[in-house]
Ligand binder design. Structure first.
Ligand code: BG6
Length: 484
């Protein structure tokens, strides 16, 4: 019996750019254990056929060469459209009747995907409860909630509370698409599937960690949303903290959703709160020049498009090892990388033994787009006395595995269909992440500390941020990955 996926917000970008292409890829690769039906729900008027045709076009555009018209035809037979309004209970009752017709009285999994604007999450969940669509008599029911999950701690708590009125925690899948990226999962493999890294993965060997998510693009057409959110809500509270958790967590006792999430959330609990005083010294914010000229942005907007945050983790492993998180739009290049910066050697044996960190060992995890891992280390230059130079061991996904990297949404949708929540955020995890960001948001709003620095598009953010790092005896690893 096929599983049923109902997408709310069916006429939106996420559905056509990410969700349907990912489902099609899973179908094409034969990865689905059970066949699926996809039902789109939104206010726009479409017949089933019109929606299928629209999706055929967008899917062909987004999956490129792997689009196979014959396969799409088979897949599209199970795509349906149901017009409706999230505000109207009768539309949900009609949806229920429609699904019951498709399922013909047989038991089926229903996976509800909230791909709407965030203000519709709560009403949609309420309607699912009220209309009986969440009732599990005839099969399991699950709900996927897109980010952002709340805009601060209070709103996230409120959303958790209302979601729990209809679904139990084990039915809720809060998505952070960074966890669906192969390289982020590989970070767990690097740490827990090998023996050589664990002994040095701590304060005895590591000076600090840098997590950078730089984007070359600016806010583009999303200014309306972005100007309210800013970089802290858009990237740091979710994607960067997820990367931090996977980097810093202890090994879970087994590869299982709650065991993993228990370890992740412990990291968040161990992060020293950034009280108001610390916000001015340990955070940094910037805005690229030209941002306020974007359509939908007030000319006086003080929204940060760049942030750097220094976090301390108060536990046995990480005491004294700062984690620097940094993200920005309109930067030099698109790169997501985690840099593990090791201490410099304790004794200067060779004339040019590094005494500063820039030349000390470094492990660079290239999350995207040049997926891979590099270890930087010193090598003797031949025929040059004891002169040394930094070289690297380079693992590249592209060279090793050749294939195209799957989109994060493929893995996440498959896991949600199979009931594996390991790569989804739990209620307490989302709230703990807001608890870290709230004081920063608060201080940035209330006081002009730290000052909002301007930066030119196409570089690594404000110059002052480089100086801020240098004052701490450290340097950002500002290197664009080599593609190809
Ligand atoms: C989204 C943010 O969650 O992630 C966007 O809202 C950002 O602003 C995007 O551009 C980045 O995702 P990726 O997968 O391209 O790194």
């Amino acid at each position: 019996m096929p599983d049923t996926i109902v997408i709310f917000g069916a006429s939106g970008d996420l559905t056509s750019r990410k969700l349907v292409p990912a489902l099609y890829q899973l179908f094409r690769k034969g990865r689905l254990e059970e066949p699926i039906r996809v039902v789109g729900f939104s206010r726009s008027e479409f017949s089933h056929e019109e929606w299928r045709n629209k999706l055929a076009k967008s899917t062909a555009d987004f999956v490129g060469e792997s689009f196979d018209a014959e396969k799409w035809k088979q897949f599209a037979k199970q795509i349906y459209y149901h017009q409706g309004d999230i505000g109207k209970t009768e539309d949900f009752v009609a949806l229920r009747t429609f699904l019951e017709g498709l399922e013909a009285g047989e038991s089926a999994l229903r996976l509800f995907y909230l791909a709407t604007a965030p203000r519709f999450y709560e009403p949609a969940i309420e309607q699912l409860g009220r209309s009986g669509l969440a009732d599990e008599t005839n099969g399991p029911r699950r709900v996927i909630v897109e980010k952002p999950f709340g805009t601060d701690l209070a709103s996230a708590q409120e959303l958790n509370h209302s979601t729990h009125q209809v679904f139990s925690e084990s039915q809720i899948y809060r998505i952070d698409h960074y966890l669906g990226k192969e390289t982020v999962q590989n970070l767990m493999v690097l740490r827990f599937g090998n023996t050589i890294f664990e002994p040095i993965w701590n304060r005895n060997y590591i000076d600090h960690v840098q997590i950078t998510v730089a984007e070359a693009v600016d806010v583009g057409s999303r200014a309306g949303y972005y100007d309210q959110a800013g970089v802290l809500r858009d990237m740091v509270q979710n994607h960067l903290l997820q990367l931090l958790m996977v980097t810093a967590m202890e090994a879970p006792v087994r590869y299982e959703a709650d065991a993993i999430r228990n370890e992740k959330v412990k990291v968040l609990h161990a992060i020293q709160p950034l009280e108001a005083g610390k916000v001015s010294t340990d955070t940094f914010r910037g805005q690229y020049r030209g941002y306020t000229a974007s359509e939908g942005v007030e000319s006086t907007s003080r929204t940060a498009t760049f942030a750097a945050v220094k976090l301390s983790i108060d536990n046995w492993r990480w005491q004294g090892v700062p984690f620097y998180l940094r993200s920005g739009k309109a930067m030099s290049c698109r790169t997501t990388q985690i840099v593990i910066q090791f201490h410099a050697p304790p004794h200067k044996l060779f004339a040019d033994t590094p005494s500063d960190l820039g030349e000390a060992n470094r492990l660079v995890i290239q999350v995207q787009p040049a997926e891979g891992i590099q270890i930087h280390f010193q090598t003797k230059v031949p025929d040059a006395g004891m002169h040394m130079r930094q070289t690297d061991l380079n693992f590249s996904y592209q060279k090793e595995f050749r294939g195209v990297m799957p989109e994060a949404y493929e893995r996440l949708l498959l896991d949600a269909l199979e009931g594996d929540a390991s790569l989804f955020a739990r209620a307490d995890e989302v709230e703990a992440a807001w608890r870290i960001c709230d004081p920063v948001l608060e201080a940035w709003k209330e006081k002009d500390r730290p000052t909002l620095m301007m930066y030119d598009p196409g570089f690594w953010g404000p110059d002052e941020c480089r100086e801020w790092m240098l004052e701490q005896g450290r340097e950002w690893f500002d290197t664009c990955p080599v593609l190809g």
